[in-house]
Ligand binder design. Structure first.
Ligand code: ADP
Ligand code: XUL
Length: 515
C-alpha cells in the first residue's frame, strides 16, 4: 500500500497527517488553528459560547474553509496527494450539522473553481452547529428519559443516560425551538459524517463509534433505536443517515479533491469516526488492556471493553470500538481549559508552569484541595461558577498550579472505578501530554506508570490507521509501526506519592459531595 491520509476536525483545529504504511513513517503533517488562522469567524477557541443557558455552537463554514486552507497549503508544500490510496478522519464527538435536502445534490456537483464554503453555505438548514461543550438541553434530556421509561432504560439501550451534549437531546431542542428550520432539514450529520460526506462527494452513513454518542443508537443491534428516535423528535428517522461499521469503504474521493488538489481518482474514502474512538486506535489500545487518558481541550479517559457493560450514572458512556466491540469513555470538560485558566492567571508559559510553579510545590499540597471547575463540569455534573478551594486565601502560583492538576486527576480517579479494568499502565495523549510535570502528577495520583507514544496526535493517526485497516492492512503490523512508546518517555510514580494520594481520595470525595 502507498500513502494514507488521516484528518482530525477537533474543537480548536483541523489537522492532517500522511502516513507511509509500508515504510512505517509519517511523511508530512499540518494543522489549521481556527482562532488564529480564521479570525474572521470570531471563534477564538473554535466555538461561540455566548449563547444562553450553556449553549455552545461552532460555525460549520469555518470548518469547510479550514479544509480548503489546509489542503491548499499542503499542496503548495509539495504533498503528493496523487499517491494517497485511502483517507479517513476523526471528528469532535456529538456535534451536529443540519442540512437541507439539496445537500447530496450539491455535493455531487462541486466545482473545483470555487471553494467548499461558498458552494455548501446554501445547504445549511441551521447556520451553526451545537458542539460537545453545549449543556443547554437539560429539559430535553428529561423529556426523552420520561418518554423511554427512565434513565436506566435509556442507558441500557444507548450506552449512556440522556446527556446534554449528546446529539439526540440537541436535535430535540432544535425541533422544539425552530420547527420551521427543523422541517427544512433533510439530513442531520455528525461532525464526523459531515466531513466524511464532503470527502466522498455524497451523503454517507454514521459509523458505530460516533453514532453511540447520540442517545439514538441501540448498542446491542448497532442500529437506530425506534423508541429513542420517536422520543427525540418527529420525523427524525427520515433525517438520520444509516448506521454502519466504522470500517466501511465509502467509495472513491470526490472529483472536487481530484481536480483541485491532485488526489488520485482511485483514492478510497473510509467512514470517519469520533475523536475518542479514533484515539483508541491511534494509541494502539483497540484490544482491551490499556487505559488511555487524553489531555486535550477536555480531558477524556477511555478503554476498549472486553464485553458490553453499561454504567447508568451521568458520566459513564459506552461507544462502538471502531475496530470491534465496544469502548468506554468518561469526559471531563475542565481539561486544558482549566489548566490554561491557571497558567493565564499567573502569566506563566507552559515551561514556567512546570519548572517555576509545579516543581516548587509539594506532593499533596499540604492537604489543599481544589475542584477545578472553571466551566460547569460534566463529570461530576456541577456548576460552581468557578474553581473552588478547600481553604480560603490567596494560594499563589505554585500551590494553585499543583491544586488544579491534583484536583483534575483525583476527580478522574474517583470517577473511573466503575470500569473494572485491571490497570497496569496509563497511556497518555493530547496536547498537554508532552508536559512531563503534568504526566508525573498523573502517575503519582493513580500510582501507575505513564507511557507516551513517540508520535503525538493519536486521533489523527488513529484515523489514518483505520483507513489502512479498512483497506485490508493488518492492525498489529500498523500498531507496531505507528504506536511505538516514546524512548525515555515513561514516567514512574514516585514512591512517597502513592500513600499521600490514597489518603486524599476520601477527603476529595467528601469535598465533592458537599457541593
Ligand atoms: P483538542 O484536540 O481538544 O483541540 P489538543 O489535544 O490538541 O486539543 O490539546 C490542545 C491543548 O493542549 C491546548 O489548549 C493547550 O492548553 C494544551 N497544551 C499544549 N502544549 C502544552 C504543554 N506544553 N503543557 C500543557 N498543556 C499544553
Ligand atoms: C466525548 C466528548 C469530547 C469530544 C471533544 O464525549 O464530548 O471528548 O469528543 O473532542
Amino acid at each position: 500500500m502507498s500513502l494514507i491520509l488521516g484528518l482530525d476536525l477537533s474543537t480548536q483545529s483541523l489537522s492532517a497527517v500522511v502516513l507511509d504504511s509500508t515504510k512505517g513513517v509519517i511523511v508530512t503533517s499540518d494543522s489549521v488553528n481556527f482562532g488564529e488562522e480564521l479570525p474572521h469567524y470570531g471563534q477564538v477557541h473554535g466555538f461561540d459560547d455566548s449563547g444562553e443557558g450553556g449553549e455552545v455552537h461552532a460555525n460549520p463554514l469555518m470548518w469547510l474553509e479550514a479544509l480548503d486552507l489546509l489542503l491548499e497549503r499542503m499542496k503548495e508544500g509539495g504533498c503528493s496527494f496523487s499517491e494517497i490510496s485511502a483517507v479517513s478522519g476523526s471528528g469532535q464527538q456529538h456535534g451536529s450539522v443540519y442540512l437541507r435536502k439539496c445537500f447530496a445534490q450539491q455535493l455531487a456537483r462541486l466545482s473545483p473553481r470555487h471553494d467548499l464554503k461558498n458552494q455548501l453555505a446554501s445547504c445549511l438548514a441551521r447556520d451553526s452547529s451545537p458542539i460537545w461543550m453545549d449543556s443547554s438541553t437539560l429539559a430535553e434530556c428529561a423529556e426523552i428519559t420520561e418518554a423511554v421509561g427512565g434513565s436506566e432504560q435509556v442507558c441500557a439501550k444507548s450506552g449512556s443516560i440522556a446527556i446534554e451534549r449528546f446529539t439526540g437531546p440537541q436535535i430535540r431542542k432544535f425541533a422544539k425551538n425552530e420547527p420551521e428550520a427543523y422541517h427544512q432539514t433533510g439530513t442531520i450529520h455528525l461532525v464526523s459524517s459531515f466531513f466524511a460526506s464532503i470527502m466522498a462527494g455524497k451523503s454517507l452513513a454514521i459509523d458505530h463509534g460516533d453514532a453511540a454518542g447520540m442517545n439514538l443508537m441501540n448498542l446491542s443491534t448497532k442500529d437506530w433505536d425506534l423508541e429513542l428516535v420517536e422520543a427525540t423528535a418527529e420525523q427524525l428517522m427520515e433525517k438520520l443517515p444509516p448506521c454502519a461499521s466504522s470500517a466501511t469503504q465509502s467509495g472513491p474521493i470526490s472529483s472536487y479533491f481530484v481536480e483541485k488538489y491532485g488526489f488520485s481518482p482511485t483514492c478510497e474514502t473510509v467512514l470517519w469516526s469520533g475523536d475518542n474512538p479514533c484515539s483508541l486506535v491511534g494509541m494502539g489500545a483497540a484490544s482491551p488492556g490499556k487505559l488511555v487518558i487524553s489531555l486535550g481541550t477536555s480531558d477524556t479517559l477511555f478503554a476498549a471493553l472486553p464485553e458490553l457493560k453499561t454504567n447508568p450514572s451521568a458520566y459513564g458512556h459506552v461507544f462502538g470500538n471502531p475496530i470491534e466491540g465496544y469502548m468506554s469513555l468518561i469526559c471531563f470538560k475542565n481539561g486544558s481549559l482549566a489548566r490554561e485558566a491557571v497558567k493565564e492567571q499567573f502569566g506563566l508559559s507552559w515551561s514556567d508552569f512546570e519548572s517555576r510553579a509545579l516543581s516548587r510545590s509539594v506532593i499533596g499540597n499540604d492537604g489543599l484541595l481544589m475542584l477545578p471547575f472553571y466551566e460547569p463540569e460534566i463529570t461530576p455534573k456541577l456548576d460552581l461558577g468557578g474553581a473552588l478551594f478547600s481553604e480560603d486565601g490567596d494560594h499563589g502560583a505554585q500551590r494553585t498550579v499543583r491544586a488544579v492538576l491534583e484536583g483534575q486527576f483525583l476527580n478522574m480517579r474517583v470517577h473511573s472505578d466503575w470500569l473494572g479494568v485491571d490497570l497496569k499502565e496509563i497511556y497518555l495523549t493530547g496536547g498537554a501530554s508532552e508536559n512531563d510535570g503534568i504526566a508525573q502528577v498523573l502517575a503519582n495520583v493513580f500510582g501507575l506508570p505513564v507511557e507516551r507514544l513517540e508520535v503525538p496526535g493519536s486521533a489523527v493517526i488513529g484515523a489514518a490507521l483505520r483507513a489502512a485497516h479498512a483497506l485490508g492492512e493488518n492492525l498489529s503490523d500498523l500498531e507496531e509501526k505507528f504506536c511505538k512508546t516514546k524512548a525515555g518517555g515513561r514516567i514512574e510514580p514516585e514512591n512517597a506519592a502513592k500513600a499521600v494520594y490514597d489518603r486524599m481520595v476520601e477527603p476529595f470525595r467528601l469535598f465533592l459531595a458537599e457541593q
